[in-house]
Ligand binder design. Structure first.
Ligand code: T1G
Length: 710
């Protein structure tokens, strides 16, 4: 095995080069830290060496501490990691200049390491950041104390509390970077190191002049806190990061580090950080599909076509165009095509206004979208995404046409959100090329892509879609074929329970408030209004014959639809909407629901917010358990990643299955059993949940056991 850290010298022997080599991202495991310390000591003692260059091998400098170590620390299996902070003091105290050379990322501990060095140089593509808050923690090795000394309080608070990286150019402007090298970074850094050997050493921790901004400190921190409370609602780490940076203005560097350390450990041991770290690895795990090897051949996808220029089709065309794909966009007639293109243009315009894209970028994206009314050019594209109205007959008609027009080997994907992908595939002579790609609305914004595996979908087709998802900036999650797949199948019981609660006497605003306070991006009633209540109404009408007699069904939403209240699009649903689509509680709806409930003989009572949350979230969990047992989701983490990226589930709770694991499956099961006794058939506990609860296990353990069996 290669050494994790290599020490060498340049050709004149006066500059030592320390190379960190811990692929793939040079994470600072305890062994790396230990070896860097050893190399620093050796280079420090070498009388020929006048300066030191610290650099990373491979694709990046250092992506931070090794995140895998955190679980070992919190479970008491390891106390390592304590060597990092002293190493930074050691580097800073060295009488020879240490120049860090950054390419790729200097994140977290990587940036902290860089800030302890005396000089920083970088390749222009480098990015620097303290992204710890995204893992529910804060910088833990002096980052909150050194960063404000280099970039000032305002920027330091922003970087530590929001976790967004900055470019090397921005770093240069802020004073965090000394020089940028367009050419070979190492030779540039060595030459630079030689240049600075005669200069006096400056220690970052002793630079205090940027720490004071004449009596305005409080305002900086207050407004950062306010922003964190709204933009990172419910998360503790951003507030802790702000407290830690604030400490830098009140005390010595060493005392500041102690405050940071205390806050860091509080965050590290919190449930929030465990959930966010789980989500970090989960997002990478979902890309791994047990029966599809990494080496699976990919189908080259250079161009795509989208059928249907409605809300979804237009959004999907934008997703591909933004990622550099030429897109053929097909509609049935000119007015529909013009309408679709008009919406796309308006969406781009608003992105320019909000500063997300420049006009030049938008012009380029638009030029990639080629409108058409025929299938004539479909023979040339590598992948088609069908996004026509959600009806089986129409979808089959489109797929028969695609079968006729597209070349063999092209991927034929359907953006269906509920329909049977095998039945759609049966309209073609090549079901092996057919797959579901379920985008979420608005498609150009939401990160989730459910990739639906049909009975015949080829492995190459699946692997290619997973890769295409990554290319267009989506998190692709592979799911099995069933009504609603994973996300919508679980969302059904969740929203049904919200209606039951309303019919039993909970106010509409109380239901939404309870789930919003739990951390959901929106309450279930407001979500229904946004998506359109008529969608579910139509589906329920179509499937009414499948409902078991005697099983309670909600009715309030159907009655609202009968009154023409479809949600935001008609200006009224559970709420009323003004011009700006702002939800206003509607007492009339509240009265109607009470009246209907009384007529149906449903006793009215006060319902606590705890009950609202339990009944809604456990409805997700119970259905999730069924999905897991049926193999519709590959692992519990796949369900969680779907809920975090497509349904506004709070990231700091890790997703519904992780959340249930943290509550304890025994507790969840007992509550669901109570609900079953109280509310009947629909609450029948999922057999898997019962089994795991009785065995004292978690969903995560179940998924691990399954992986071992496979
Ligand atoms: N530790 C361990 N593994 C890591 C890692 C890390 N810091 N970063 C990435 N990996 C793994 C990842 O799981 C994947 O593994 C592989 O590397 C490639 O990653 C003391 C407290 C750097 C922008 O939060 O943001 O420092 O799936 O697929 O798209 O104060 O990884 O291949 O087995 O994401 O090119 C702070 C987290 C840590 C940075 C690269 N640092 N990483 O993106 O590849 S806390 C972070 C990233 C800390 C100090 C503290 C990204 C990336 P596998 P990838 P990528």
């Amino acid at each position: 095995m290669e050494h994790l850290v290599q020490l060498s010298t340049d050709q004149y022997k006066d500059v030592a080069i320390i190379t960190i080599n811990n692929p793939p991202v040079n994470a600072l495991s305890p062994s790396v830290v230990h070896d860097v310390a050893k190399a620093i000591e050796q280079a420090g003692q070498d009388s020929e060496v006048r300066a030191i260059v610290l650099i990373g091998a491979g694709r990046t400098f250092v992506a931070g501490a090794d995140i895998k170590e955190f679980g070992k620390i919190t479970s008491g299996k390891s106390e390592r990691g304590a060597e990092f902070l002293p190493l930074l003091f050691k580097i800073e105290d060295l009488p020879k200049p240490v120049v860090v050379a950054i390419h790729g990322n200097a994140f977290g501990g990587g940036l902290e390491l860089a800030m302890a060095c005396h000089y920083r140089v970088a390749a222009p593509n480098a990015q620097l950041g303290q992204p710890e808050v995204k893992l529910g923690i804060i910088p833990g090795a002096g980052g909150t104390q050194r960063l404000p000394r280099l970039v000032g309080l305002v920027k330091a608070v922003e970087m530590c509390a929001e976790g967004k990286p900055i470019t090397a150019w921005e770093a240069k402007q802020l004073g965090l970077m000394d020089r940028l090298f367009e050419g070979d970074l190492l030779s540039g850094a060595v030459a630079f190191a030689r240049e600075v050997t005669a200069k006096p050493i400056v220690k970052t921790r002793e630079c205090d002049d940027k720490l004071k901004i004449s009596g305005q400190d409080a305002a900086v921190f207050d407004s950062a806190r306010e922003k964190a409370r709204t933009k990172q609602r419910g998360m503790k780490a951003p507030l802790a990061a702000i407290d830690a940076v604030e400490a830098s203005t009140r005390m010595s560097f060493e005392e500041g580090c102690q405050v940071e350390q205390k806050l860091f450990r509080e965050c590290l041991f919190s449930d929030q950080s465990k959930a966010l770290i789980y989500a970090f690895f989960g997002e990478r795990e979902v890309a791994k599909i047990p029966d599809i090897p990494k080496e699976t051949c990919l189908i080259p996808v250079k161009s795509v076509a989208v059928v249907g220029a409605g809300t979804m089709g237009g959004g999907i065309a934008m997703v591909f165009a933004n990622a550099g794909f030429p897109v053929l966009l097909k509609e049935v007639d000119q007015p529909a095509l013009d309408h679709g293109l008009g919406t796309i243009q308006r969406n781009y315009l608003s992105s320019v206004k909000r500063g997300r894209f420049t006009q030049e970028m938008v012009d380029e994206y638009l030029s990639r979208i080629k409108p058409t009314l025929t299938y004539d050019e479909f023979g040339e594209v590598d992948m088609v995404v069908e996004a026509v109205f959600e009806g089986m007959a129409l979808k089959k008609e489109v797929f028969a046409q695609l079968d006729h027009s597209c070349k063999r080997g092209a991927i034929l994907a359907s953006n269906t959100s509920t329909l049977n992908i095998d039945e759609i595939a049966s309209a073609t002579t090549r079901p092996e090329s057919v797959i579901g790609t379920h985008f979420f609305s608005p498609a150009n914004v939401m990160r989730l892509l459910e990739i639906v595996r049909g009975r015949a979908s080829r492995k190459e087709v699946i692997a290619t879609c997973m890769q295409v998802a990554k290319k267009v900036g989506k998190v692709g999650v592979l799911v099995g074929n069933c009504r609603g797949f994973v996300g919508n199948r679980m969302f059904g019981p969740y929203r049904r329970e919200a209606q039951f609660l309303a019919e039993e006497g909970a106010s509409i605003t109380a239901i939404d408030r309870a789930l919003y306070d739990f951390g959901m991006a929106m309450g279930p009633m407001a979500t229904g209004d946004l998506a359109g209540l008529d969608v579910g109404w139509r589906i329920r009408k179509e499937y009414r014959h499948l409902e078991k007699p005697g099983v309670r069904q909600p009715f309030a939403e159907d009655r609202l639809c009968e009154l023409g209240r479809y949600g935001q699009k008609t200006g009224a649903g559970w709420y009323q909407y003004d011009e700006s689509r702002c939800a206003v509680p509607d007492p009339e709806v509240q009265d109607l629901v009470h009246k209907w409930a009384r007529e149906a003989g449903i006793p009215q009572r006060n319902i606590s917010s705890d009950e609202i949350v339990e009944r809604s979230i456990y409805a997700l969990v119970n259905e999730g358990a069924r999905i897991l047992e049926e193999g519709i989701a590959q692992r519990a983490v796949d369900i969680d990643i779907i809920y975090l990226n497509g349904y506004g589930f709070p990231s700091y709770r890790g997703g519904p299955m992780w959340y249930a694991d943290t509550v304890g499956l025994k507790n969840v099961y007992e509550r669901i059993r109570d609900f079953h006794h109280q509310y009947g058939e629909l609450w029948k506990p999922a057999p898997l949940l019962k089994r795991l609860a009785e065995d004292g296990k978690t969903f995560a353990q179940f998924s691990q056991d399954q992986a071992v069996v496979a």
